[in-house]
Write a protein that binds this ligand. Structure first.
Ligand code: CS2
Length: 488
């Protein structure tokens, strides 16, 4: 077996050709990151490494916190935090070894270490990629106080939720050095910074007032919650990816992540403390990120979900194969042109036609093997930000959001049928899986749309009451159901 990647082997790795290695490892930890999954490692960790290289700084090493399973710790700790990003374009793969992650903590076993790192005055940024469901929002958008892990965090247990970790970390920071901190959400939520700030406020408000009120007053004054828009397609790593990285490096790497060449990061320039010079690494620092966010969520992510549900039902394993089906490619294009684009206020300098073409090109990258069922995960959490806003805006404008409704209908059929055209099972991975399955199966097929629309966790009552939307959904559901059943 090949020797394993690690700091002592870095010098022996020959850069050049298709291998890139870090010139230097950071000396210090300046960022705590909650959610050390593949996305962070292929996105912010790289921007941060490039920003440090551009400024000859060693200040911004990352302490990555793995939330739910210790597998990331087992992958990265023996490798001194080093790992490979395998960048795949249509024909080649390049390996980039990344060294910005300097420390890995497992939240479930080291809650005090996480809290202390957040409180450490050398930490200037606390960032998060915990996925949409990690924010524990209830149907009204506020912190879900019915959630038992939120309750346990409020009662003072070792924090099990991201918001709990943020608040307990800030609380300890206030009690120790009182140094300001920037808290940076990097998830696909709309207004992710303001959303996180609101959830932190909800958490403080639910604490006993003698504890929560002064804490929130300090956070309001000393913490900033800039919004961000993140973009890079990062599919789940396969054995083939790991084998290819080993072949390129000549070393075994248990922490490989795979990504497309494209990456974008737009960050609201509103920080409480110093920060890495991410703009030197290609990030856009902007006074307002909402226009970028709407374009990203409504063009890219909405179309991704459309292809995921319709593609999975049609039997396509990957997004690249789905988008090669002419009917699905047509639907993807129409969703962007007819439904999404009219709702957008495009940021200066962004050409929407070119953006649309690039989304379809990126999805068609055959080397990525991005599975439709991976993008289909957590639909209850993803639909509101990426599709239902389009539906609402188009209905308010007196238009019929036909293609956005197709995506929503395909999600309903995905939940109801649980199999593709050939009868192969389609897993329903969603924090509300039981609720969704119960709604789908608790009555006759003719009532599916109404039963799904009544799920308040996903649809607001006003949208559910729209006759136009209901009719569009009924129509799509009838067609989709007959095509799935006919071919089965
Ligand atoms: C995808 C995103 O899984 C999904 O829901 O739509 O992860 C997508 O790949 C990224 O947002 C691209 O930046």
């Amino acid at each position: 077996m090949r020797p394993r990647l690690g700091a002592d082997r870095l010098a022996g790795l020959r850069a050049g050709g298709r291998v890139q290695v870090p010139e230097q490892l950071p000396e210090q930890v300046g960022i705590v990151h909650l959610g050390l999954g593949a996305f962070h490692r292929a996105h912010q960790a790289i921007f941060t490494e490039d920003a440090m290289a551009a400024t000859s700084s060693g200040r911004w090493g990352v302490c990555g916190v793995t939330q739910r399973s210790r597998s990331v710790l087992d992958q990265l700790q023996p490798q001194d935090g080093l790992y490979t990003v395998l960048v795949r374009d249509d024909s080649t793969a390049r390996a980039r070894v990344v060294g910005s992650v300097r420390e890995v903590l497992y939240a479930a076993e080291q809650p005090d270490a996480v809290r202390d790192r957040i409180a450490d005055p050398s930490t200037g940024v606390l960032s998060l990629t915990v996925t949409e469901k990690g924010y524990r929002r209830g149907p009204d958008g506020h912190l879900d106080l019915r959630d038992w892990s939120v309750q346990s965090d409020l009662a003072g247990g070792p924090p099990a939720t991201a918001v709990g970790q943020v608040v307990r970390g800030l609380q300890h920071r206030r009690a120790t050095t009182s140094a300001p901190l920037s808290v940076l959400s990097c998830d696909n939520l709309s207004g992710n910074g303001a959303t996180l700030r609101g959830l932190v406020r909800d958490f403080c408000a639910a604490l006993p007032s003698a504890e929560g009120e002064p804490l929130w007053a300090w956070i309001e004054q000393s913490a900033r919650f800039p919004s961000t828009v993140v973009d890079r397609i990062v599919p789940a790593t396969t054995d083939r990816d790991r084998a290819e990285a080993t072949a390129l490096l000549g070393l075994r790497d248990e922490g490989v992540v795979v990504a497309e060449p494209f990456r974008q990061w737009v960050i609201e320039d509103d920080f409480a403390h110093d920060r890495p010079a991410w703009e030197k690494a290609g990030a856009i620092l902007a006074s307002e990120v909402a226009p970028y966010e709407m374009v990203k969520l409504r063009m890219l992510n909405a179309t991704h979900s459309l292809l995921a549900y319709t593609g999975a039902l049609a039997g396509y394993a990957t997004i690249a194969s789905a988008v090669r089906d002419p009917a699905l490619a047509h639907a993807a294009e129409r969703l962007m042109v007819e439904d999404a684009a009219p709702t957008l206020c495009t940021p200066p300098g962004l050409d929407l036609d070119e953006y649309r073409a690039s989304v379809l090109r990126r999805f068609a990258n055959p080397a990525l093997q991005h599975r439709t069922v991976q993008v289909a995960m957590d639909g209850s959490q993803k639909l509101p930000a990426r599709l239902l806003g389009i539906v609402r805006d188009r209905l308010n404008g007196g238009a019929e959001p036909r293609w956005a409704a197709l995506a929503v209908a395909a999600w309903m059929i995905f939940v109801e049928q649980g199999v593709d055209v050939s009868g192969r099972p389609l897993p329903l991975e969603d924090p509300f899986a039981d609720l969704l399955r119960a709604a789908a199966s608790s009555g006759p097929p003719t009532g599916l749309v109404q039963r799904m629309l009544s799920i308040g966790e996903v649809f607001d009552p006003e949208l559910a009451a729209s006759d136009v939307f209901v009719e569009l959904l009924e129509d799509h559901v009838a067609r989709l159901r007959s095509s799935v059943l006919r071919r089965a």
